[in-house]
Design a protein around this ligand. Sequence first.
Ligand code: NAG
Ligand code: NAG
Ligand code: NAG
Ligand code: NAG
Ligand code: NAG
Ligand code: NAG
Ligand code: NAG
Ligand code: NAG
Length: 426
Amino acid sequence: MSRFFCSLLALSYFLKISISAATEPTPPSEDPWYTAPPHFASAAPGDILRIRHAPGNLTSIVGNASAAYNILFRTTDSHYKPSWAVTTLFIPNSNTSNRVDAHNASLLSIQFAYNSANVDSSPSYGLYNTLAAPGLGIPPSTEDISQTLGHGWYVNTPDFEGPLASFGLGIQEGHATLDSVRAALSSKLIPHPKSTKYAMWGYSGGSLASEWASELQEQYAPELAFSGAALGGMVPNFTNIFDNITGSPYAGLIPLVLLGSTSQDPEARDYLVSRLHQSGPYNASYFLHGLDIDVNTAFGVYAGQNIYDYFIGGRQDIVGNPILQPIFNRNGYEGFHGVPRFPTFVYKAVGDEFSRVQDTDALVERWCSVGTPTWYQRNLVGGHIAEITNGRGRAIEWLKTVFDGTYKPNGCLVEDVTVNITSITA
Ligand SMILES: *[C@@H]1O[C@H](CO)[C@@H](O)[C@H](O)[C@H]1NC(C)=O
Ligand SMILES: *[C@@H]1O[C@H](CO)[C@@H](O)[C@H](O)[C@H]1NC(C)=O
Ligand SMILES: *[C@@H]1O[C@H](CO)[C@@H](O)[C@H](O)[C@H]1NC(C)=O
Ligand SMILES: *[C@@H]1O[C@H](CO)[C@@H](O)[C@H](O)[C@H]1NC(C)=O
Ligand SMILES: *[C@@H]1O[C@H](CO)[C@@H](O)[C@H](O)[C@H]1NC(C)=O
Ligand SMILES: *[C@@H]1O[C@H](CO)[C@@H](O)[C@H](O)[C@H]1NC(C)=O
Ligand SMILES: *[C@@H]1O[C@H](CO)[C@@H](O)[C@H](O)[C@H]1NC(C)=O
Ligand SMILES: *[C@@H]1O[C@H](CO)[C@@H](O)[C@H](O)[C@H]1NC(C)=O
């Protein structure tokens, strides 16, 4: 069949898309809606494959929304092969105080730190449970949505890890984030997409997706013109986080990221599993339980453990290993695939115990040296968790100025700040 005929077939298929009715919230692993339709591979990245009203009554969970939709779209996985992912698009209600002209709308893509190797933790479903509950002493993620909807913004929250829950595969996460924005803009749910401004926001695991989208944008989605990206609690050097959090209350991130980053490489997953002890307190079945749980549960399950103890050869089975390290090299170090071509606001606690501040300092310096306008605030107070709260208002205020056009990027500004608005000290 000719390429032309194939694309005609694909086109006629995709033109038939209409918005299907809401159902009850169902875990993605059990919901047939979360599957790729036939011919999806011949659609272009960002093309919409399916769209439905979000299940249940999401507007009763997320304030300031008049409607919410799930969009299933074509994307590209970490091997640069056709794949698909889902996003949730929220429409602001009409009585928000800072309502903007529809001709002048703003779209914020929030990448949540869902940090999971389990597809059922994806935001499109987590919004009904884990993301709607407080955790680690911070407010529910759904409040980030209602707050920003309250500024009259459309809000996009992609399941950027994709159908295999590829936590830690930066290329996958970046592509899916960019394609979710393409899908949102072409959905006809935003009335004047050409004059709509758009920006990204993410903290920690959400900064991974947002930063990877930022550095891949120029190559992968050159037609997108972001107004900016707010990136908090960045994790530019993937393997350092292993050394920094093993043995800590947050050690549970490590099993999840190792499972997520081997999700698209069966050989690497087999290797990972083959190196786990079969018995003793640190054994394969306990480690693989990480496939079934969300990140807050994992913090409890693996708290304080030295995760290297699960492996026959300890740390060297992971870091520097010839099967795993190439995956980390492609997907785990920021700043090698490109640089953001739009303004960024970077905020980071100097005392961040997940990812040392020097790694973020170095990335920002790299960006600044090639002209990425960056405003970098290093908070002298608090650690990784505290900065979620300490930084939230600063990020939203910055996004506001980016959308209303009052932000005037002026090269690079690196400054130490002292912001302490939370009683969390970690
Ligand atoms: C959904 O929730 C909103 C807000 O709580 C309520 O006004 C609306 O009636 C609900 N819709 C349905 C169909 O239950
Ligand atoms: C406007 O906001 C109020 C509360 O802030 C809410 O009860 C009401 O449902 C909102 N109106 C619409 C149209 O969503
Ligand atoms: C629309 O955008 C223009 C230019 O960015 C700005 O001056 C104006 O205030 C915006 N209007 C509204 C209603 O936001
Ligand atoms: C709606 O947005 C405003 C402005 O961000 C915020 O103050 C308010 O709490 C939000 N309402 C709800 C119900 O979340
Ligand atoms: C990550 O950090 C480690 C430890 O400082 C360093 O050896 C390594 O070169 C860094 N990797 C990259 C890609 O920057
Ligand atoms: C974090 O990991 C890096 C690289 O292994 C190491 O140099 C640094 O001392 C660690 N920092 C903390 C606080 O553990
Ligand atoms: C695996 O580890 C868990 C937790 O330490 C323990 O409860 C379980 O008995 C262990 N299983 C095996 C087969 O050793
Ligand atoms: C930050 O404020 C809290 C009270 O909310 C206080 O307990 C804590 O000591 C302060 N931290 C610093 C470094 O000032």
